[in-house]
Design a protein around this ligand. Structure first.
Ligand SMILES: [Zn+2]
Ligand SMILES: [Zn+2]
Length: 147
């Protein structure tokens, strides 16, 4: 069985760390757990503030470096950027995004037909496709109300 991190499982985390020779430290576990609890695709600074409540003497740099390491070994993904600070996604399995162009919130959703989307032949020939992700953009429910 291929482990995934759908439930934020520590087994998945431990196995990934082991595979990449990364030590499973209490600090890394806490950063992983906080990232996984975050539904907002936080950047390092946002997550740092949450982790700091648990580990008061942690530095932003440590959180940032840990997140980059996580994304390198497949524990997290870096979200496509819009000229802002790099944001992280704890969900590495197939899913799609809605982005609000007003408040920049990024919301996960699942939709099977998007998973099965076809890649054009000329793209397939030129590039190696690793992920397929559909991005819908518009106004979120909150911003719609305030307009
Ligand atoms: Zn919005
Ligand atoms: Zn996501």
């Amino acid at each position: 069985m291929r482990l995934n991190n759908k439930n934020g499982s520590l087994d998945f985390f431990r196995e990934k760390c082991r595979a990449f020779n990364l030590k499973v430290t209490p600090q890394r576990i806490i950063i992983y757990k906080e990232l996984f609890k975050s539904k907002d695709h936080p950047n390092a600074e946002v997550l740092y503030k949450r982790v700091k409540n648990i580990i008061p003497d942690i530095s932003l740099d440590t959180v940032n470096r840990t997140l980059i390491t996580f994304s390198k070994i497949g524990i997290a993904n870096v979200v496509e950027g819009y000229g802002e600070a790099r944001r992280f996604d704890p969900h590495t399995e197939n899913h799609h995004h809605f982005r609000c162009i007003n408040c920049n919130s990024l919301i996960d959703f699942d939709f099977k037909p998007y998973d099965d989307i076809i890649i054009p032949g000329n793209i397939k020939k030129r590039f190696t496709i690793l992920h397929k992700k559909v991005l819908l953009e518009g106004y979120c429910d909150r911003c719609q109300k305030n307009k």
